[in-house]
Design a protein around this ligand. Structure first.
Ligand code: HEC
Length: 483
């Protein structure tokens, strides 16, 4: 950096500074901009050359590994979700690969100082320190690069259209009969969770061996339900979305979501795919779409509010051009909902509120003798569908406050109920309350499979449902209460 000519635009003061031979002579001591010392920068340069340059390039320009400088890097660590505290976390916890933790804390801070200094952040008199709030305030993107972290809608750097295609509606519709792919979290819209394969049998199951492994490089919980399409498997944790070769585990691409807002629970149960999009939710309430072919972000939109305790953990479903998803967070006394959002941009199409009476402070099925905050009705497990009836089935989970049922006398609709909604409008077609006035956190969690069965010589549409009370029930759809 010292030998490069660098243009600084210090927006807030309206100053345009041009640095000649040594940018470091331009110490910025304005409040909030003092970030690291020249000494840290110099030491960081040495540590970088020794531990990072091999992969990231002698000038941070990238090589075997991504560039750690340039406008895209700065945007990725501001616009696309992150701040400098997250960047520091990323370095400390994942770099250098397979030697994480080999640099001392002082060396890591110095390397970060070097990366910042090489990205137009000015040194100051205060040394960089490991303090989340302090690091998070350092503006890495400046002037015309500066991007609004509060933006609730983000467009991908390379546009919002995927470059590939498939699976299309017809493939998703017949996914239950397709033994080569696994296109829905629960295998099919009906949730059959079964593939008719015969290579693994009772006689040979004891001979199963590991073929390969994919290292997710993550200390976060792994709850993902893998999706497989044409030999490529999509897996997730709360931040990572990866496409891997399902036969060899070779990584094709990896996308790291950097939280832009409060992270509630770091769990994620996977993606939904359609027409070249890979779609998922995040712990900080974003819904986003990646290009299935490249892993590039197409769009991200914050559609849930983590400050209300809402957080996405469930895998979404895609029907035609609608993504269906709802937030977890009953224990945070959210007012639950299921929403439909457009596949092309995440725009809201409709929302069904799962606990309308609780949100209103009480009602006929929600007494409120103590005048407390009521809520719950989160959705955190996969949906199922009867596309002939044009219905989506939702397992609505527990009420809040969670255990003291006497604080909310009544059936507490629609908690622990299966609700059937019209897919196009989100209108409630019928519901069945399975565990009214729950006092055990007996979430209703499963609405699969949807099946046809013979009863009294007639074919019936049934939906199976079970929750933490451990009782499996099959409901006959035609006889469920119409609303
Ligand atoms: C052996 C090669 C290698 C070395 C050495 C290495 N990295 Fe990396 N680094 C990678 C690869 C590959 C990626 C991208 C894949 C991934 O996300 O893990 C990466 C990603 C990163 C990222 C995220 C970039 C982004 O914008 O998403 C940062 C930051 C980073 N490395 C910093 C460092 C620092 C600092 C060092 C030295 C302490 C270092 N790396 C050493 C290979 C390396």
């Amino acid at each position: 950096m010292t030998s490069r000519t660098t243009l600084y635009i210090v927006g807030s003061m309206g100053l345009l500074l041009l640095a000649g031979t040594s940018a470091l002579s331009l110490a910025a001591d304005a409040p909030g901009s003092a970030t690291f010392t020249e000494e840290q920068f110099e030491r960081g340069g040495e540590a970088y050359a020794q531990h990072c340059a091999l992969c990231h390039g002698g000038d941070l320009e990238g090589g075997a590994a991504p560039a750690l400088s340039g406008v895209n890097f700065r945007r990725a660590w501001s616009l696309l979700g992150a701040n400098v505290a997250e960047l520091y976390d990323r370095i400390v916890n994942t770099m250098p690969p397979r030697q994480e933790g080999s640099l001392s804390a002082a060396e890591n801070l110095a390397v970060l100082a070097y990366v910042l200094g090489s990205n137009n952040v000015l040194p100051g008199s205060e040394p960089l320190r490991n303090d989340y709030a302090y690091l998070a305030r350092i503006p890495i993107a400046r002037g015309d690069e500066a991007l609004d972290m509060s933006a609730s809608y983000i467009e991908g750097l390379y546009g919002t259209e995927p470059t590939g295609s498939g699976p299309d509606s017809a493939a998703l519709l017949t996914a239950g009969d397709n033994a080569a792919d696994w296109l829905h979290h629960n295998k099919s819209y009906q949730g059959i969770r079964f593939a008719d394969l015969d290579q693994i049998r009772r006689e040979n199951v004891t001979g199963l061996q590991q073929v390969c492994a994919y290292q997710m490089n993550s200390a976060l919980p792994i709850h993902t339900g893998p999706i497989v399409y044409q030999g490529i498997m999509y897996v997730t944790d709360a931040r990572l979305t990866a496409a891997i070769d399902a036969a060899t585990c070779r990584q094709i691409w990896a996308h790291h979501w950097q939280p832009r807002d409060r992270t509630v629970w770091p769990n994620n149960r996977g993606v939904a795919i359609k027409d070249g999009y890979v779609v998922r939710g995040t712990p900080d309430g974003y819904l986003f779409a990646l290009d299935a072919a490249t892993g590039e972000l197409l769009w991200a939109r914050q559609v849930a509010d983590p400050w209300l305790g809402e957080t996405f953990t469930m895998p979404p479903s895609i029907v035609d051009d609608a993504i269906l998803i709802g937030p977890a967070g009953s224990e945070n006394a959210i007012s639950g909902w299921l929403g439909a959002f457009s596949l092309s941009a995440g725009e809201l199409l409709w929302k069904f509120y799962t606990v309308p009476e609780a949100a209103a402070g009480g009602g006929p099925t929600w007494g409120n003798p103590e005048g407390i905050k009521l809520g719950g009705g989160a959705v955190w497990t996969p949906l199922s569908f009867d596309l002939e009836l044009n219905e989506v089935y939702v397992a609505v989970t527990n009420p809040a406050p969670d255990l003291p049922a006497y604080l909310r006398p009544g059936d507490n609709l629609y908690t622990n109920s299966i609700v059937a909604l019209d897919i196009e409008s989100g209108a409630l077609n019928w519901y069945k309350s399975i565990v009214p006035n729950d006092d055990h956190d007996w979430d209703l969690t499963q609405v699969t499979p949807v099946l046809k069965a013979q009863r009294d010589g007639t074919s019936r549409d049934l939906v199976a449902t079970v929750g933490k009370d451990g009782i499996l029930r099959a409901l006959q759809i035609e006889s469920c209460d119409a609303v």
